[in-house]
Design a protein around this ligand. Structure first.
Ligand SMILES: Cc1cc2nc3c(=O)[nH]c(=O)nc-3n(C[C@H](O)[C@H](O)[C@H](O)COP(=O)(O)OP(=O)(O)OC[C@H]3O[C@@H](n4cnc5c(N)ncnc54)[C@H](O)[C@@H]3O)c2cc1C
Length: 436
């Protein structure tokens, strides 16, 4: 692609090769980029962060289990042996599909082919007060906010003489009973059980109530009934109060109200109840599906756009087995990224293209230490073995040998000591003034 560099274009080497611009270096964007390593194409990866993040372990960062650096991997390190990939840290704002350009906060870049892999963000379903006062957990930055929030609450609780305030400060609510909510609430319950009595011996931790609130009639709706029932049992054993068929309608920073007129008190609420696609401007309504996802065909082509593809959480591909689109999980994103790269290369060679068929390798969720649930094909099981499997699979999936090693050592350490070594308040919780 021959594009002249001017002050509004992102500086890139001129090339005669086709230019593929990838928006987002998550599971989908990164797996695609890896397949184009040193191929005859100029690949430009744009991401608002300078690192790839491993979202499945965000909850461990949020609850002081591991350091954030161990689930992040710098793009420049990833691409250092790729002679055709250019990373630019940029926030993507708009696409102009007529002129085939992407506009970002650092300038414009023209493309021959565009891959949208910007993933999804927390969906507050228009509940403005909930958005204002609760925390989402879709990024390392948000996980660090939660970590600080949790610890700052205890620091405040230990110095107040006001019993009611102490109760509200130590109560935590997690809304959303999917894997993220279940794993987070389990880790908070373990924090209460193993860490608080040691760190805050003069705080009566029995006053702390942890709620998991889910609007559905069961937890882990993407998994089997057995997994849901096991998860509830493990959580209740840890002292979590699980409320099913309960839809949160408002939250003022302390009082949680629900559609069926229930009322919970907690100064901290983590919202994992829904996600919506991060669609850049410039895409017509007609190309959007439920959950603000992009409608794509089985070759990942975005409806109504030419040379524009979408993969991962952002893409809604309706198939016979998944009429409402595939589940928003890492395996779908990775497999779509792999296949799209293969198809683009095959298209250039005049070979036949392959339709995407999701190979579901199973689902797992952990509930505290030594307990997890797993649905692997027809095998549905829970308990210690599921937890071991969960640990191995997640450890192997983290990017970078050093990260695997650090997380592995951390887990072994806390397995034997029941400790969570990273309980540091490194930032102020800035979303509202509640902690000031
Ligand atoms: C807390 C949590 C736990 C999870 N647990 C599991 C699990 O156990 N198993 C599982 O399979 N899945 C899990 N998931 C889901 C899984 O992480 C996602 O399905 C997967 O990350 C989707 O990959 P993606 O590449 O589509 O998007 P992402 O991984 O979200 O990547 C999107 C990328 O786009 C970038 N981006 C977004 N907007 C812009 C913009 N405007 N400009 C520039 N860059 C942008 C982001 O920085 C990010 O790097 C979990 C998700 C969360 C949040």
């Amino acid at each position: 692609m021959k594009v002249e560099n001017n002050k509004n274009t992102i500086r890139l080497p001129e090339t005669e090769l086709p230019r593929i611009v990838v928006l987002g270096g998550g599971f989908a964007g990164l797996s695609l980029a890896k397949k184009f390593k040193n191929q005859d194409v100029q690949l430009v990866v744009l991401d608002k962060n300078n690192f790839h993040q491993f979202q499945p372990l965000l909850y461990q960062v949020a609850t002081s289990g591991i350091v954030p650096d161990s689930i992040a991997f710098p793009f420049r390190k990833q691409f250092k042996t790729y002679n055709n990939v250019y990373f630019r840290m940029a926030n993507v704002e708009r696409i102009d599909k007529e002129t085939k350009c992407v506009y970002t906060d650092i300038g414009m870049v023209a493309y021959d082919y565009l891959i949208i892999a910007t993933g999804s963000d927390t969906n507050f379903f228009g509940l403005e007060d909930v958005q204002m006062h609760s925390l989402g957990m879709k990024s390392i930055q948000e996980a660090l906010d939660i970590r600080s929030l949790l610890l700052q609450r205890f620091e405040k609780a230990v110095v107040t003489d006001d019993d009611e305030l102490r109760n509200a400060l130590t109560n935590f609510a997690v809304v959303g009973g999917g894997p993220a909510g279940v794993e987070t609430v389990g880790a908070i319950a373990e924090f209460k059980k193993y860490i608080l009595p040691k760190d805050y011996p003069d705080l009566d931790t029995s006053i702390m109530t942890i709620y998991l609130i889910e609007s559905n009639e069961r937890l882990l709706s993407g998994m089997s009934d057995k997994a849901s029932k096991n998860a509830i049992k493990y959580l209740e054993d840890l002292g979590v109060k699980v409320h099913l068929k309960t839809r949160v309608t408002s939250y003022d920073g302390e009082n949680i109200k629900t559609a069926d007129d229930q009322h919970f008190k907690a100064k901290s609420m983590i919202w994992t109840a829904g996600v919506r696609g991060n669609v850049p401007e410039g895409i017509e309504e007609d190309s959007l599906a439920r959950g603000n996802r992009l409608v794509v065909n089985e070759y990942s082509e975005v409806k109504g756009c030419s040379d524009v593809y979408a993969i991962g959480d952002i893409a809604s591909m309706s198939t016979k087995d998944y009429p409402n689109g595939h589940p928003m999980v890492a395996q779908v994103a990775i497999q779509q990224g792999d296949l799209l790269a293969k198809n683009i290369l095959n298209k250039w060679k005049g070979k036949e293209l392959e339709k995407f068929v999701y190979n579901d390798k199973g689902s797992m969720a952990t509930v505290g230490k030594k307990k997890a649930v797993a649905d692997i094909g027809r095998f549905k099981f829970g308990g210690y073995f599921a937890w071991l499997l969960w640990s191995v699979v997640h450890l192997m999936s983290i990017s970078g040998f050093k990260n695997k090693l650090f997380v592995g050592i951390n887990w072994i350490w806390s397995y034997f000591t029941y400790d969570k070594g990273n309980r540091l308040i490194m930032r102020r919780y800035k979303k509202s003034k509640r902690l000031d």
